[in-house]
Design a protein around this ligand. Structure first.
Ligand code: GRF
Length: 208
């Protein structure tokens, strides 16, 4: 059964092209949800500007002198004060504490620019992911949308898409080939979530 109009909160640290893809899909009527809040730990993140340009509440929420736990708890409280059926990590670079993750069980998703469970986990972000893929000799990479659990990048996989690694690819070239595929994958994954037509069985997300 669908959730009617679900509300999502998006956390982003950077460019926010994945956020833009979500907002564009909603505007085109291809995604039945609303973005209730966008949060960034980075003051000048393009993601905040993109949200504001679309009339969405955008909050700069810096870590400052707080510990990781204090930051996560404060962020949890902020999110709790907005409608939040799902929380989407779209290039959010802070690792969130266990208590944050447990506050939203099976409600937080992340997009990662590799075919998990390969090339994921702590330290695997941005260019480092693509550099490692190329150095490994892998001929296929891609992107993954998964539920966030306390094991970094190892929660149940919602969907994946593959992208070829070409001869003489640089990390930048591979990243540029994966990025537009991420946009489609993320929108498709959120569509599944808001439809409610899935079940999590162990580490598997099964369509119902
Ligand atoms: C994406 O590559 C995503 O997979 C990673 O961070 C990047 C965010 O890109 N987690 P953007 O800010 O949405 O353009």
């Amino acid at each position: 059964m669908g959730m009617g109009s679900a509300s999502i909160v998006v956390l982003a640290s950077g460019e926010g092209t994945n956020l833009q893809a979500i907002m564009d899909a909603i505007a085109r009527g291809e995604l039945d949800c609303t973005v209730s809040l966008v949060v960034s730990d980075v003051r000048d993140a393009r993601a905040l500007e993109r949200a504001r340009n679309s009339g969405i509440t955008a909050v700069h929420f810096p870590r400052e002198k707080r510990t990781q736990d204090e930051y996560s708890d404060a962020l949890r409280d902020l999110i709790m004060s907005y409608p939040h059926d799902f929380i989407v990590l779209a290039g959010f670079l802070k690792i969130l504490s266990g208590s944050f993750i447990r506050a939203f069980p099976n409600r937080i998703i992340n997009i990662h620019p590799s075919l998990l469970p390969c090339f994921g986990g702590k330290g695997f972000y941005g260019e480092k992911v693509h550099k490692s893929v190329i150095e490994s000799g892998a001929r296929i990479s891609g992107c993954t949308v998964h539920f966030v659990t306390e094991d970094v990048d190892l929660g149940p996989i919602i969907d994946q898409e593959s992208v070829p690694v070409l001869d003489r690819d640089t990390p930048e070239q591979l990243a540029m080939r994966i990025h537009p595929v991420e946009h489609q994958l993320l929108v498709r994954s959120i569509r599944l979530l808001v439809s409610g037509r899935y079940e999590i069985i162990g580490k598997r997300v099964v369509r119902t």
